[in-house]
Design a protein around this ligand. Structure first.
Ligand code: ADP
Ligand code: MG
Length: 877
């Protein structure tokens, strides 16, 4: 810090703020600019490309570098700084410069970081903007708290599982923009949490968490939940401490939202969220990248959009809660054309939550109060529309939740004029009669203006100068103007003030006195109106918690209406979601792909049950539809458990509590891990965390390795999934040997996608058919890809020769004719060593206790099942 004796008082004040906010870029309000000095000025100039100047001179004659941005454009610059990862402290003038004695008092009014942005222009849309706080303890139990300060929504809870991974899983659906992290306890492996967070949330800003606020310090605006004292409570208190620093003047209103209100949720780990492209395309650079949210979003309000996005990443895992939503969707759909009337009304409702936040933060523009009033009025009309026609328990509840607080609506209606001025210092903020002192001063002003007109007529008459006029300018105030030809007749009580080209300007005692009255009346009216406006905002502010709740209910209704609208327009069906372990879909479609393909999309069935045939192994050439099918099943489950109707003719889904997908490992390989290592890590996680209520989707199992160990590991994995985890699972693989092996598993079945050969080429039918296939059509696919004819010819010749000579090709089918091969021999030997389920069952059979018919039945069944090993295809769906 420069020596205070040689700096100006202003710089001194600035350095004082800098010292209290180390590591922050301080934007220091001076007049119409936000300035920075010294190194910050150089940095600002470089990062934002603004002019670097200098100010003053110290005792040695050195000038302080200075760079600033105009105050009216500060949001744009703040946005750029925050996106570049800076923490910016905004220091404002907190007293009126005109009344300040000496240096104007300045204070940091807020700190802007990615998770604490409230400016619409920086947020760039209605989507949630989450700030998270995570705490990982020594014992490996984590807790988290997440807040959107722009909507006042606060969530917290214990981590989904132990360690950083459990925290990541809890946090992933929120996609926080900023994460405060803390590891507590001496034994915690430092920096591990940070490393995992950095890997899983590359777009988020990470910040070591401040020490927790003590409970006693918690301001009234903070939610106090039963979890105080718990690990989630600690995350809350750390988040509160951070908000106290970043929002020192006005803390946001916050309301704890119980995301468990509807019971448990379907856990989607971060990779599953990515792979299923629920709210973000897998490849963010792909301009065509379409997400589930994109195709599903028919909401018409900002809170509706947020609710829908939230539901899709937090599907439910509670039969009652899901059917409650489905009932509402069903009822709304049944309203037919009246649904559109309801959506038109919804459309009139603005982002009430964000307006409320700006009221609480005193950053609201007057017209937004008008918008609040009109939106609440629309809510009132919505309630009456909602109360008519088909309903459900949830819709009935929503109708009462959306009813606007009467007192607030009445207050807004009686106080505010129809249209409000753009700024709060231009007058006319209230209807006449609402603010008596404002009205009184306005009357004084009007009287004085009338007197002014009278004075003009009086002086015209007395002097006989018809052209004498009263005028006004900023510098001299009111004046009489007399043009040159009439100057001789100017009365003696006029005093000269200014000479202009064709005239002279004068004042008089009477004019000055009137001017004084007018100025005073305007000043007083403005002051009275300012005071009244502050009081008015404070009155409105008291209703903010109610408006937040109302806004959330509007969001819920809009999201339900969006589901219903889609259900009306598209061939969707209400899925049965129950406590079984079945997963049955008839004529299922991929919700995203069917949008672009239309009728060309080929529907397919699914039939799995954790209690029976639970493991489906897909084979078939590239491009035949394996990955699409797996995603389709995953997306249908997500939709069903979010409460939506699904693209199928029929669907029955036994509740899924965890959904795992492993597809296209590209995102990790770039980060220096071998694909095999990545695949194994991910599969290990599934085998560890998966259970009977899980759905597992594994694409290209064993892809990342050489044939032998890849196949062996894939096989062992499959067995584990089948025998132990017992999750409903779909896998795709290029290892045809696997299909042979799984024929021995009672709960496994093979299927592939049909392909038609046509002359030289092939046609993908995208139809799922029972049984496996060993044809990879590699050469055909290569032809489709445009490989040169001579290469294709050579490849085909080689293929034929290999096939006839029975050389070791990775296919058990061919090996049957060509003699056993090493790979398969080893694996089948292993398989024999493993307990044979049929043999086990035979051994366990108590023949003496079976009736003759039953024994015969059992024998037939066992024979049929053993026969399946030789034939192919009769075990598919
Ligand atoms: P695979 O995983 O077997 O290589 P994909 O699932 O990636 O195949 O599908 C390849 C392409 O085939 C998709 O991009 C899509 O255009 C088309 N396709 C897949 N499934 C279907 C279907 N059921 N109906 C119509 N086209 C489909
Ligand atoms: Mg694929």
């Amino acid at each position: 810090m420069p020596d205070a004796s040689v700096t100006t008082p202003l710089i001194e004040q600035y350095e004082g703020v800098k010292a209290r906010y180390p590591g922050h870029l301080v934007l220091f309000r001076v007049g119409d600019f936000y300035e920075t000095f010294g190194d910050d000025a150089r940095l600002l100039s470089r990062e934002l490309d603004v002019v670097l100047t200098a100010r003053g001179a110290d005792a040695r004659g050195e000038r302080t570098p200075m760079a600033g941005v105009p105050h009216h454009a500060v949001e744009t610059y703040l946005g750029r700084l925050v996106r570049k990862g800076f923490k910016v402290a905004v220091c404002d003038q907190v007293e009126d410069a005109r009344f300040a004695k000496g240096l104007v008092r300045r204070e940091v009014t807020r700190v802007v970081t990615p998770g604490t942005v409230v400016e619409d222009r920086i947020l760039g849309g209605p989507d949630h903007s989450f700030l998270a706080s995570v705490v990982d303890t020594e014992r490996g139990e984590g807790g988290f708290a997440v807040v959107d300060i722009t909507t006042g929504e606060w969530f917290h809870g214990a981590a989904d599982g132990p360690g950083p991974e459990g925290l990541v899983s809890s946090l992933a659906p929120f996609a926080p923009r900023e994460i405060l992290w803390a590891e507590t306890g001496p034994g915690s492996p430092r920096a591990r949490l940070e490393g995992v967070l950095r890997r899983e949330f590359p777009a988020a800003r990470l910040e070591p968490s401040p020490p927790p606020m003590s409970e006693g310090e918690l301001p009234a605006r903070f939610p106090r939940g039963p979890s105080v004292g718990s690990i989630a409570g600690e995350a809350d208190l750390r988040l509160a401490a951070y908000l106290r620093v970043t929002q020192p003047r006005i803390l946001p209103y916050l309301e704890l939202v119980d995301r468990g209100r509807h019971g448990r949720r379907l856990v989607l780990d971060p990779r599953t969220l990515r792979h299923l492209e629920i709210n973000r395309p897998m490849n963010p650079d792909d301009p065509k990248g379409t997400t589930l949210l994109d195709v599903l979003d028919e909401t018409v309000t900002a809170p509706g959009r947020r609710t829908l996005a939230f539901w899709l990443v937090h599907p439910l895992a509670d039969v009652g809660a899901i059917s409650e939503r489905q009932d509402a969707v069903e009822a709304l759909r049944a309203r037919g054309a009246a649904l559109e009337e309801l959506r038109v009304l919804l459309h009139e409702i603005s982002d009430l939550a964000r307006i409320s936040t700006r009221i609480a933060g005193r950053r609201v523009r007057p017209p937004e109060l008008g918008i609040l009033r009109d939106s609440l009025a629309a809510c009132a009309r919505l309630v009456s529309v909602l109360s008519e026609g088909a309903s459900s328990s949830r819709l009935a509840a929503l109708a009462s939740e959306i009813a606007p607080p009467d007192s607030l609506l009445a207050r807004l209606r009686t106080s505010l004029p129809e249209t409000l001025p753009a700024t709060d210092d231009a007058g006319d903020l209230f209807r006449p009669g609402h603010a008596p002192d404002v009205d009184r001063w306005r009357a004084v002003e009007r009287d004085a203006l009338t007197a002014l007109a009278g004075l003009e007529r009086k002086e015209q008459g007395a002097s006989g100068i018809r052209a004498l006029k009263i005028g006004y300018n900023q510098v001299f105030g009111y004046y009489f103007e007399v043009t040159k030809p009439h100057l001789a007749r100017v009365p003696p009580h006029f005093r000269r003030r200014q000479t202009v080209a064709q005239a002279e300007r004068f004042t008089s005692d009477e004019l000055e006195e009137l001017e004084q009255r007018i100025r005073e009346a305007r000043e007083e009216a403005r002051r009275a109106e300012g005071t009244r406006w502050e009081e008015f905002l404070a009155e409105v502010e008291r209703e903010i918690p109610a408006v937040y709740r109302l806004s959330r209910s509007v969001g819920e209704l809009d999201a339900l209406a969006s589901f219903a609208h889609l259900a009306q327009r598209r061939a969707l069906v209400r899925p049965t979601v129950d406590d079984s372990t079945a997963l049955v879909v008839r004529d299922g479609r991929h919700p995203i792909l069917e949008r672009s393909l239309g009728d060309a999309f080929v529907p397919n069935d699914t039939e799995l049950d954790a209690a029976g045939e639970r493991l489906l192994v897909l084979t078939g050439p590239n491009m035949s539809g394996k990955s699409t099918y797996m995603r389709q099943v995953g997306l249908i489950v997500v939709l069903a458990q979010a409460g939506a109707f699904v693209p199928a003719k029929f669907a029955r889904i036994g509740l899924v509590t965890k959904l795992f997908t492993r597809m296209g490992f590209t995102d990790e390989i770039g980060r220096g891990k071998s694909s095999f290592m990545v695949e194994m890590t991910e599969v290990a996680e599934i085998l560890r965390a998966g259970d009977e209520r899980s759905l597992v989707l594994l694409d290209e199992v064993g892809r990342g390795t050489s044939t032998f160990d890849g196949l062996a590991i894939a096989w062992a994995t499959l067995r584990h999934l089948h025998d132990r985890t017992r999750a409903r699972s779909i896998l795709a693989t290029h290892y045809h040997q696997l299909t042979e092996l799984i024929d021995g598993l009672p709960g496994a079945l093979n299927a592939h996608f049909a392909v038609k050969e046509e002359g030289d080429g092939i046609v993908f039918l995208h139809r799922l058919v029972p049984g496996s296939t060993d044809r990879s059509y590699g050469v055909h696919v290569a032809r489709l890809a445009g490989l040169p004819p001579d290469v294709l010819e050579e490849a085909e010749r080689l293929l034929r020769s290999l096939e006839t000579k029975g050389v070791a090709l990775p296919s058990p089918r061919r090996s049957r004719s060509g003699g056993p091969r090493y790979t398969q021999a080893v694996l089948l030997a292993e398989e024999r060593a493993a307990p044979d389920p049929l043999a086990e069952e035979l051994r366990a059979l108590d023949v003496d206790r079976l009736a003759p018919e039953a024994a015969a039945d059992k024998l037939r069944e066992l024979k049929a099942r053993s026969g399946r090993r030789d034939r192919e295809g009769d075990s598919a769906p």
